[in-house]
Every structure is written in C-alpha cells, then in structure tokens.
Design a protein around this ligand. Sequence first.
Ligand SMILES: Nc1ncnc2c1ncn2[C@@H]1O[C@H](COP(=O)(O)OP(=O)(O)OP(=O)(O)O)[C@@H](O)[C@H]1O
Length: 250
Amino acid sequence: MTSEIIRARGLTKRYADGKTVFSGIGLHVSPGQRVALIGSNGAGKSTLLKCLIGLLPLNDGEVSTLGENIGASASPRQLQRLRRRIGVVFQHHGLVARQSVLTNVVHGKLGLSGGWHAWHQCIARQEWRRDAQAALAQVGLDHKAGARADALSGGQAQRVAIARALVRKPQLLIADEPAASLDPASGRDVMALFSQLAKDSGITLICTTHDMDHALEFSDRIIALKSGSIFFDQPTRDVTRRHLQEVFHA
Ligand SMILES: Nc1ncnc2c1ncn2[C@@H]1O[C@H](COP(=O)(O)OP(=O)(O)OP(=O)(O)O)[C@@H](O)[C@H]1O
C-alpha cells in the first residue's frame, strides 16, 4: 500500500517560450482524498496535473506519484507503469463516435499488457468485457452498452469517459474540467458521480474546476493556484466564499 499518492516539492515549470507557469510548489496527497484544484484561466492547473503524473517534464523539483520517484521527468517505463494505475478524464470525452459504448469503455484497457485485445469489445478478453460492463454499471449506463457513442448526450458521453477511466481500476483519478462542456444539471451530475465513486471505492481524485459550487460540494480539500504559487491549500470545510473570491481577484 502506498502511504502517499503524491509527494511533490519545489516544482517549477517553464514552457519553451521562457514563461514560468509556477515555481516552488509543494504538495502531498493522501490516499482517498478528493482534491479540487482551482485558479483563474492560465493559472497552471492543467500543467500542474500533467507534471504530477509525468506527462510533462519539470524544470526543477521532484515528484513521487504512486510510489514512482519521477524526479523532474518520468522515464518511459515509469510512464507506462503510471498509466496502468491512473485514470484520466478531460473536458472533452474523446470517445470514438462510430464505436459502441462498450468498445469505448474497453479502450480503457489499451496500454495494459496484451492491450491490443482492447481495440474492440469483440476481441476483448471476457474478463475485460466484464470489467467494462461493471464500469458502465457504476456510472449507471449498463443499458447503453450496445449504443453508438455518437448517440449519447454530452452528459452520458462524459459518464462513459468516466467508465473508461474506471475500467483500469485506477488508484488515482485525474479529471481536468470534466463538467466544463456540460449544462449545469449534467455537470453537477457528473461531479456528484465522480465524488461518490471516489468515496465508495477509496480512489484518490484530483479534479480541476472553474465552478466554485462544485469545488465546495464535491471535494475534501481545495488547492488554489494564483500567480504561479499555491495561494491556499485547505480542507474544504474551512474554505469560505470570500477565500474563493480572492483567488480570482488580481
Ligand atoms: N504547450 C504550451 N506551450 C507554451 N505555453 C503553454 C503551453 N500550455 C500551456 N501554456 C501556458 O501555460 C500557462 C498555464 O496554462 P494551463 O493550461 O496549465 O492553465 P489552466 O489553469 O489549466 O488554464 P484554464 O483554466 O484556462 O484551462 C498559460 O499561460 C498557458 O498559455
């Protein structure tokens, strides 16, 4: 059992144009925590998420994620091992439109050993098909397994993307603005689903959001980025609306 999901210190990131996105960032994330990462447009939320899971190299600092000591940049083998244990959901669901919902969920197994079986549910191992059905049931869409992905509503498609992330049985779920392209009711449903699944399964969740109601309602901890640093990092119960407003004021 990994005692900490993420341990990071002194993180500094600059893109090739020389602009520093953040510097000196340190954070620890414990198993089962549900963390909301907030900040203005361009504050560096997506960049930080990618650095924490080894998808982007750092200019300085060290990260250890799920016991992998990535340092400032992950090796290909570390990336492969991390990919097996982390589920990722983005703002846009990225489903393959002309494939069935079940095949899209089975795609979550791509990148695992023998992953070519995951190209289509017809050639998937029986066990993987069962896992995909179970993941669909977790998001309440088992009855849609045979539907084409492009016949789903935006909210349903995002729930299928969550099932695709869950089918890996991840220890860590990363969600980058998962509700941003949904209407308020569907967005709230998706956030509630994430939060409940993470709570019930003990999966650690780190989610970026621009919706402060979502941050307050669906996380245990809020980390706010501002001007390239952590502005605050507090249990959600201690965060006030005024705190939140300060994050977005110059
Ligand atoms: N590939 C890149 N090359 C150069 N600069 C980049 C790149 N990706 C992001 N940036 C810059 O880094 C800064 C942080 O971007 P990032 O997308 O991490 O912020 P964010 O907080 O997730 O923003 P948003 O809320 O708008 O999604 C921005 O100034 C952005 O323009």
